[in-house]
Ligand binder design. Structure first.
Ligand SMILES: [Zn+2]
Length: 276
């Protein structure tokens, strides 16, 4: 049986010089993107990835680079790197956490803003000081115009409703309302409501999936480790956590995940363990 060409879907959160949880340094991120560029890999748009799934043909040397949450550091440190190499990535925004105001400077410009660590960003979110840690709509528009990112939903409030509401009907309604708010916000801000949704903390169940599909989401991104293949179910897209490690490590992993049999063997060996 042929396994088919694998297509790695990479997952990043923070690109920041301050180490912390789910954080990759700007130097290592640049090394990853440079490795892709130097070795002839194409970073797909979200639409191109969806088309590959629809066609059932995964193009070789292609990768989907994803980011979750919408941190300020994605603009400050990831955007300039993607622009430098003519690459693109997918960003899942918590649409209710976005700020207003002018575009802030990014790396390579004077007056680069201080970016918080992951822990500080979570504390800022709890305190309602979202603007210090998360993107502004003006920055989203700038990245969209530059072609470095396209933008999709990571829900409106990043709430784990399964932990908040015991009653199934009420929980489903809360999730439906959250997703509707996210789609309405994206439609109002970007002119279109994306059919791509990434689950907060990777959590979903059958009811979540049903609610999301009813809301109009056709592609659901998980944190289950794996590579996309021609038979990947678009409502259970696996992703690979990228570690804060240099190019030689990235090269080794991409060598594994880009090959049909090796990737299957390696993922089997890891058997559910998280990590790239
Ligand atoms: Zn998240």
């Amino acid at each position: 049986m042929s396994l088919g060409q694998p297509l790695p879907v990479l997952m990043y959160h923070h690109i920041s010089p301050k180490p912390g949880l789910v954080t990759c340094s700007p130097d290592n991120f640049r090394a990853h993107m440079q490795w892709l560029a130097d070795n002839g890999w194409k970073t797909l748009s979200t639409d191109e990835f969806a088309q590959a799934l629809t066609d059932g043909v995964m193009p070789k040397k292609s990768v989907l680079v994803t980011f979750d949450d919408g941190y300020l550091d994605n603009w400050v440190y990831a955007h300039p790197v993607l622009k430098e190499f003519g690459q693109r990535a997918t960003l899942f925004l918590i649409t209710g956490w976005m700020g207003e105001g002018e575009v802030r400077p990014h790396a390579g410009q004077p007056g680069v803003p201080d970016v918080p660590t992951h822990g500080q960003a979570m504390a800022a979110a709890a305190d309602g000081k979202l603007d210090t840690a998360f993107l502004r709509w003006s920055e989203v528009e700038a990245m969209r115009a530059a072609g470095t990112f396209d933008f999709h939903s990571h829900t409106h409030s990043h709430t784990r409703w399964d932990r908040q509401i015991a009653d199934q009907g009420e929980r489903d309604q809360a999730l439906a309302d959250d997703l509707a708010a996210s789609r309405a916000t994206l439609a109002a801000r970007l002119g279109e409501a994306s059919p791509h949704l990434c689950w907060p903390q990777g959590y979903y169940d059958a009811a979540y999936q049903r609610v999301a599909q009813a809301a109009g989401f056709t592609h659901l991104y998980t944190t289950a480790p794996g590579v996309a293949r021609r038979d990947t179910d678009p409502v259970r897209i696996p992703r690979l956590v990228v570690k804060d490690k240099p190019a030689n490590w990235f090269c080794g992993r991409m060598g594994l995940y880009g090959r049909p049999l090796l990737s299957a063997l390696y993922l089997g060996l890891k058997s559910g363990k998280k990590g790239f």
